[in-house]
Design a protein around this ligand. Structure first.
Ligand code: MLT
Length: 262
């Protein structure tokens, strides 16, 4: 497996110490982890944040980018950087990739952080809707969906009081290449049902949910928490799906506390 998907420098690598790999959500890119990278890299952690296949500056476009493709890309990047084990931290789509990574390479997982996660696979209706959305972005581009996406992604407080976060999210979505977005939608439609994996996860796991997440309800996080023996759950107030951008100080301190105990 080559690292060609990262050949343009489509990852951040900051800090020294235990490695934390940060996997972004959809349709975003690695810049969503800016606050966590700054915070953790100043506190003894090496943060690696790749742009996943076809997203951000990762220009590897195909018909479909499966969660397994993305997990194998992450493993290849770790190989290239001579990193054997890491804390694997995902948000939403990044959690599907983290579940795949933990399934394929369990011995490489020091600990897991799952934010805005859901374990269920896609049912027929979800597969159909994702295919429609893939076709739509290919025909019409990303911008038509941004306003409706923002309402479901962000908490009321973020929408009314944090215009800088709103505009960062807007820019991330607008800058996503429709080819990468369509391929990732198809990859998410084809994902496995990760509920089957939960009982096999033995790594210490932190689950983070945004109390106002309109995309993944805190109940999704609760059921993952029930399924993973060695897990703990933190629900963040006044945060939606992008809780790490909306409440960075709180998410940073929850992560640091977990990392220092893992
Ligand atoms: C994400 O934020 O990554 C998406 O909500 C994932 C999804 O569409 O399931």
């Amino acid at each position: 497996m080559s690292v060609s998907h990262f050949s343009v420098k489509a990852f951040d690598d900051l800090g020294t110490g235990s490695v934390v790999v940060l996997l972004h959500g959809f349709p975003f890119n690695r810049s969503m982890w800016r606050e966590q990278i700054e915070f953790l890299s100043a506190r003894g952690y090496r943060c690696i944040a790749p742009d996943l296949r076809g997203l951000g500056e990762n220009k590897s476009y195909g018909e479909i980018a499966t969660m397994e493709d993305m997990a194998r890309d992450v493993a290849a990047l770790m190989d290239e950087l001579k990193i054997n084990r890491a804390v694997i931290c995902g948000l939403s789509m990044g959690c599907y990739v983290a579940f795949e990574f933990a399934h394929l390479f369990p011995s490489r997982v020091e600990a897991l952080v799952l934010a805005g996660a859901r374990a269920e696979g896609a049912d027929k209706a979800e597969k159909k809707s994702r295919e429609q959305q893939a076709k739509r972005v290919l025909e019409q581009g990303m911008t038509h969906a941004i306003d409706s996406i923002l309402q479901s992604l962000l908490s009321r407080r973020t929408l009314t009081e944090k215009p800088d976060v709103v505009s960062r999210v807007r820019e991330m979505v607008a800058s996503t290449d429709p080819r990468g977005a369509a391929a990732a939608q198809r990859g998410m439609a084809a994902r496995r049902d990760y509920r089957d994996d939960l009982a096999n996860i033995s790594a210490p796991t932190l689950i983070i949910a945004g109390r106002e997440d309109g995309v993944r309800k805190p109940i999704d996080a609760e059921s993952i928490h029930q399924g993973i023996k060695n897990s703990r759950l933190e629900v963040i107030d006044e945060a939606g799906h992008l809780m790490n951008m909306e409440q960075p100080e709180i998410v940073n301190s929850v992560m640091l506390e977990f990392l220092s105990q893992s």
